[in-house]
Design a binder for this molecule. Structure first.
Ligand code: BGC
Length: 392
């Protein structure tokens, strides 16, 4: 049985838009409410803007020792250059609240959503996008100074660059070869890499002890002999270029859920008997260990933090089985000397899944009317691993 290194963290992740509720100044809120929008509205979400102390209480009581959450740029800067002192104070109190409960606050600065004004002005393709983003980062330094030691600048920038093409109507999801995700927008990619680099310089200049990284949506790309060329090309564009951009970072965030397999005709769908999760993804717990290994191969010397891994399922037993498989893969990586620093499960709460309320990734169920939180057995199970340091 693998024993975890002493400073290894085990916790859970959320994002602001998916949990806080009433994020009315964001571009995603505008999309949800556009005429004819196919997206369900986030509405009150989990009401975590108010109930974050309870969320943290439950996580800490279960034994978790880290909590990853994001700061909502649209709350900090609801109009260009208009900074909300109350919002800064809100997130500062969250950071302090996490520390008081024995949870390391791991803070994401950008998790998919932008202020609506930023999107209207051209979003990541506006000429001043990097300056706008770094001005926001500079403004939230007091939040980080309240007790943050690890910060994720941008969550899944590869998905942001893919979703840019989907949200602007250029392509539809699944329109890539054989039903794949479309390739990322190259212009957005270059700006996101520049924005990350600028934020990293700013954060390091501010505090030398702050560990800065970003988190990539790992695709665990595999191929048959005939699909090698296509698989490699796809992985290079969708994953490797984003990982390589972290070569000077203090850590790299790995986020793995399932895999993508190629043959000569493109993506191979799993056979009918293979289990799928409620998001339709192949049930494949091995994705985590394999993604960690691929990341470590590309970025030798860069510590790895698993910033997301989990499963949307109605069966909590299946969640525990999936996470057991994922953690066994992680444990084997540790045994092989790969520098993995922690594991953050997606997600702490059942929450708003980007236009949809059906998926349930949470360790805690949330009643959508009363907002009552009901921890699932998987929360106590993961808390026990955090407390004892004994991997399954
Ligand atoms: C994202 C989360 C999302 C999760 C499950 C990741 O792509 O960072 O926001 O809820 O995966 O789809």
């Amino acid at each position: 049985m693998t024993l975890l290194p002493t400073r290894f963290v085990i916790g859970a992740s959320t994002s602001a838009h998916q949990t806080e509720g009433n994020n009315v100044a964001s571009d995603w809120w505008a999309l949800e409410h556009a005429d004819g929008s196919p997206m369900a509205a986030s509405g009150d979400a989990c009401d975590s803007f108010e109930r974050w102390p309870q969320d943290m209480d439950i996580a800490a009581a279960a034994g978790l020792n880290a909590y990853r959450f994001s700061i909502e740029w649209a709350r900090i800067e609801p109009a260009p250059g208009q900074w909300s002192a109350a919002a800064i104070d809100h997130y500062r109190r969250m950071v302090q609240g996490a520390r008081e409960r024995g949870l390391e606050p791991i803070v994401t600065l950008h998790h998919f959503t932008n202020p609506a004004w930023f999107a209207r002005a051209g979003g990541w393709l506006a000429p001043d996008a990097v300056e706008r983003f770094t001005a926001y980062v500079e403004t939230v330094l007091p939040v980080l100074d309240a007790g943050v030691s690890r910060v994720v600048t941008i969550n899944e920038p590869n998905m942001v660059a893919i979703m840019h093409r989907v949200l602007t109507g250029e392509v539809t999801l699944g329109s890539g070869l054989g039903g794949l995700l479309p390739l990322p927008h190259e212009g957005v990619r270059d700006v996101l890499i520049a924005a990350h680099g600028a934020a990293r310089s700013l954060l390091r200049a501010h505090r030398g002890d702050l560990a800065v990284g970003w988190s990539v949506a790992n695709q665990t790309v595999q191929w048959t002999a005939a699909g090698a060329e296509q698989g490699r090309a796809y992985r290079a564009a969708v994953e490797d270029v984003w990982l390589s951009a972290a070569v000077h970072d203090d850590f790299i965030g790995v986020q793995a859920y399932t895999r993508t397999v190629f043959d000569a005709d493109g993506k191979v769908e799993p056979e009918a008997h293979v289990a799928r999760t409620t998001t339709g993804w192949e049930y494949y717990p091995e994705a985590l260990g394999e993604s960690i290994r691929h990341t470590a191969d590309l970025l030798p010397g860069v510590p790895i933090l698993v910033t997301e891994n989990g499963i949307s399922t109605r069966s909590d037993e299946q969640r525990i089985a999936y996470t057991t498989g994922a953690l066994q893969g992680l444990g084997a990586c540790l045994d092989d000397g790969i520098d993995v620093r922690g594991y953050l499960h997606w997600s702490l709460l059942d929450n708003y899944e980007w236009g949809n309320w059906e998926p349930t990734f949470g360790l805690i169920a949330v009643d959508r009317t009363t907002f009552a939180r009901t921890p699932k057995p998987s929360l106590a199970w993961l808390g026990e691993i955090a407390r004892t340091g004994r991997m399954p």
